[in-house]
Structure formats: C-alpha cells, structure tokens
Design a protein around this ligand. Structure first.
Ligand SMILES: Cc1cc2nc3c(=O)[nH]c(=O)nc-3n(C[C@H](O)[C@H](O)[C@H](O)COP(=O)(O)OP(=O)(O)OC[C@H]3O[C@@H](n4cnc5c(N)ncnc54)[C@H](O)[C@@H]3O)c2cc1C
Length: 470
C-alpha cells in the first residue's frame, strides 16, 4: 500500500480538523510508525486526531468518498503490526479520551476509545468497582485497541477476554455512518449482535470511538504465590486442584520456564529470583481472589499444603506483602523484555485445550531443537487459558539476521503442531500484518470466504486497514 493518496483528500482532512487535529511533521509521526518489537516500520502522509465521534465520521466519510485508506491506531502496543500504516492515513484515537460515565448500579461504564486500560481500571475502582482486563502494556494500550484485538491478558481465566467484557459499542462504519450502540444491557436478543463483528476486527470494519464495559465487585482478599513444578503436566494438575479448591476463585495462573525466567533475571535490573540458586525447570504464578476477607489466603494455604503432600510441587513461596507480590509479577511481566536483550526470536502466541498444552509444548520443543540446534525456547503465559507465548530465541552469539531468515520455516513447524492439537496460531494478539498469510493455511475456506463477504458488504472499497486480515 504505497501508492500516493489523493491530495485533495488530505487537504480536506486538514481543513476539517483544523490546527491540532492533524500532523505531517516527521518528528511527531515517528513514534507512531515504529512498534514495540521493532519488526514493523510504517509510513503515512498524514496523521489525523479527531476529537469526537462526529469528527471521526466526517474523516471516514471523506476517505470513503475519495478511496483513501485508513489505519486506526490506539496505544501502538499491538504485537502483530496491525496498527502500523503502510502509506495509509493514520487515524489516532489520542484525543478520544473521556470517561463518559461510571455507573455502579448498572455495573457498567462508558469510556472513549483512546482511554488507556489503566485509566479505565482506575475510573472503575474510584467508584468501588472492578474492570478486570489486565495486561503488561495496560499503561499505554487503549480500550479501542483492546476491543479491536479482543485482548486477553492475565485475568481471562475468571473474567474472559475483552469480548466478554463489552456491553455495547459506538463506532464509525467504513462508509462514515455512526453505529450508536452504547447499550448497557446484559440481555438483548434482537438479531445479529453487530458489536461482536467489530470486536477483534483489528480496525478492518470501522473505527471504535467508545464502549460500554462490564464492571464487577472489587475483591476483598487476594493471595499470590509462586510455585515450582517439574513440568507443565504437573502445572495442569495443580490448576485443576486450584479451581476445585476455590470454586472458581483463580484469577491468574501463569506459567514460565527457566530459560525465559533466566533471561529476565539476567537482563532486567531489579528483578528477583523467587527461588534463589534453585534453577527449577518451571514456575507457576498463582493469584487467588475472593469477595470474603481473608478467604483467598486461607484457600492458598490449603491448596499448597495439598499440592506439596501430593508431590505435585517442588517448592512454593507465598507473597507476604505488596512488594513481594510486585516482585513475583515483575518476573512474569518482564518475560518479553528479558528476551529482547538476547537477540532475535521467532515469537508465537499459541493456544490449545489446557489438557493438551503439555504435549504440544514437548513436541514443539523437540521439533524446533531438531530444526535449529542450539535454540533457546522461552515459554511463558496464560496456562489457565491454554495460551502460551512460545518464543524460540536464537542460540547465544548466533547471527540474528540469519536466524530471522529461518523464522517462517521454524514457525511453520510450531504452528503445524499447534494445529494437530486443535489449537490456534494466534490466541490473543490477532493476525495483523504478521500472521494473516499464515492463518490462511489453518482456517477453512468456508470461514475465510464468510469473513471476506462480511468485509466486502461493509467496506466495498476496502479502505479500512487494507493490509490486515483477509
Ligand atoms: C509488553 C506487552 C505485553 C502485552 N501483553 C498482552 C497480553 O497479555 N494480552 C494481550 O491480549 N495483548 C497483549 N499485548 C498486546 C497489546 O497490548 C494488545 O494487543 C492491546 O490490546 C493493543 O492496544 P493498543 O491500544 O495499543 O492498540 P494498537 O496497537 O494501537 O492497535 C492494535 C490493533 O487495533 C486497531 N485499533 C486500535 N484502536 C482502534 C479503534 N479505536 N478502532 C478500530 N481499530 C482500532 C489497530 O488498527 C490495530 O489493528 C501486549 C503488548 C506488550 C507491548
């Protein structure tokens, strides 16, 4: 997508939004054109920053009329390149920043697309409510981006993905029309539920401008522990016990292998090993929460005592204070940052039914080690959801460029194993520019054709994020 855009469209957009509403200054654009992993570099002739849904509608109308393509962008924390324009107009939600309403009685809040996830959590908490979506990039990632990628994170086990947390949407469709759907209803069976088309659409079916989100009660007790286990199979057994012991009170169940944890401890200053000098092969971070004061701590004690007695765990440490809890979480949240320093990697965001994860991991590791001897597999993530970030890091001291050149072939090996376990090659990050072609190998033609038909019906000119999805 590199053909020059119609210049009259660009001048109409500038006139519409006025000073402060657009930029073509390279120094302003620069941070919007590179991304966290440094894998995608973008170009754009113009960034627009509409302030209201009406302005977004006017922008999209001009683009639809002139055949001008658009890439929406929120916090620019996406990991598959979907927010990085390749010549399109960049539509930033950076000025759609209002928390419109937080209603404790309806257990709902309405926030605009450019509000960060952290700000949304804080707005809910200020009214005594919980907005449970949580992920390491929450200080920058936006609600619009979370919805467009159907984000997951560390509390999916209990509360579900972003799709499960959206009650209604306000969005601008690719023809410029406004879909006003900010309902707060739990029940509404009145035909196709259009919000679900936009959730996870990665900016291809319109621009989300605001959302009505589900809120939950704040928990009254929480307990966090790190547990060492021999292998992922034992971690799955521990998960089953944790669910049974708490009656659904497991907020997070995150697994990490020693390779990845070693990289964090080596490369990220200030991180602490929960089991110094032990080198346990796998650790699991467990967080239990309860509406009853003290109940989470008591449940954790019972769980760990049982698990130790059954020989399921090698070692366990329960956080005694907030600082220790933060230290435990930091080792988990800095897994990707820890790897960065070690050189190039083939990254995978894979999932399978929880019971199949141990076999899937064992097969994938044996296969990539055969394919490229010396690779270092850093596997971590949301075992409770069957979702593992399975990163194959180049051998120490290898040539990064040569290793990256083998990514496609190496990833194909991993993805074929995932498919044999009835899994997904993109569990929570989406397809973006990075994985769309690969996904075509695993999706059925019926699914792909239905998706293409929906897109064509809503966006016949394919102006919305044209390089993303099918
Ligand atoms: C350190 C780190 C940890 C992460 N951890 C997780 C995790 O645990 N779970 C997880 O799911 N993800 C995770 N991510 C990925 C990322 O944070 C999520 O995908 C997030 O939802 C993206 O939000 P964003 O606002 O940054 O979106 P962007 O990166 O700006 O955009 C992402 C996609 O959404 C589209 N988009 C953005 N806003 C809109 C809008 N208003 N309307 C229409 N389309 C829009 C873009 O075009 C693009 O396709 C992580 C990322 C980092 C860097």
């Amino acid at each position: 997508m590199n053909a020059p855009l119609p210049s009259d469209a660009l001048s109409r957009l500038k006139a519409l939004l006025g000073p402060g509403g657009w930029s073509d200054d390279p120094s302003v654009l620069a941070p919007h054109l590179s991304e966290w992993r440094g894998r995608w570099a973008g170009t754009t002739p113009l960034m627009v920053l509409p302030r209201t849904v009406e302005e977004v509608s006017a922008v999209v109308s001009i683009c639809a009329e002139t055949g001008t393509p658009i890439t929406p962008q929120g916090g620019n924390t996406g990991l598959v390149g979907g927010q990085t324009p390749q010549g399109e107009v960049l539509l930033s939600t950076g000025r759609l920043r209002a928390v419109r309403d937080v209603d404790a009685a309806d257990d709902a809040m309405v926030v605009e697309a450019g509000v960060t996830l952290l700000e949304a959590q804080q707005a809910a908490e200020a009214k005594g409510r919980l907005f449970p979506l949580s992920l390491a990039a929450e200080g920058t990632a936006t609600i619009g981006g979370n919805i467009s990628t159907n984000a997951g994170g560390v509390a999916v086990l209990r509360y579900g993905m972003m799709r499960d947390l959206v009650l209604g949407l306000e969005a601008v469709l690719p023809n410029g029309e406004i879909l006003r759907g900010l309902k707060r209803l739990r029940k509404d069976n009145t035909g196709y539920d259009l919000k679900h088309l936009l959730i996870g659409a990665e900016g291809t079916l319109g621009v989300i401008t605001a959302a009505s989100l589900k809120l939950f009660p704040l928990m009254r007790s929480r307990a966090t522990a790190v547990v060492a286990v021999e292998d992922p199979g034992r971690a799955v057994e521990l998960l089953m016990r944790a669910k049974a012991e708490t009656g659904g009170g497991v907020d997070a169940f995150e697994i990490m292998n020693r390779v990845g944890t070693g990289m964090v401890l080596r490369n990220i200053p200030g991180t602490r090993d929960p089991f110094p000098g032990q080198d346990h092969p796998w650790t699991v971070l467990i967080e239990l929460a309860s509406g009853e004061p003290g109940a989470a701590g008591a449940a954790m004690e019972r769980l760990l005592a049982q698990a130790l007695e059954a020989g399921l765990v090698l070692d366990a440490a329960v956080a005694q204070n907030e600082q220790q809890k933060r230290d435990f979480w930091r080792v988990r949240e800095d897994q990707s940052a820890g790897q960065k320093v070690e050189g190039a990697g083939w990254k995978h965001d894979i999932s399978a039914p929880v019971s199949q994860v141990p076999a899937m991991l064992a097969e994938a590791t044996a296969a990539v080690e055969r394919f490229h001897p010396g690779v270092r597999v850093a596997a971590f993530g949301h075992l409770g959801d069957g979702n593992i970030h399975y990163d194959v890091i180049m051998p120490a001291g290898a040539d990064a460029k040569a290793f990256s050149a083998r990514r496609e072939e190496g990833s194909r090996i991993v993805h074929d194993i995932v498919a044999r376990h009835e899994g997904s090659i993109s569990a929570e990050h989406g397809l973006g520019r990075a994985k769309t072609a690969e996904a075509l190998r695993y999706k059925s033609p019926v699914e792909v054709e239905a998706m293409r038909a929906i897109r064509k019906a809503l966006d016949p000119g394919r102006i919305m994020n044209p390089g993303v999805l099918f």
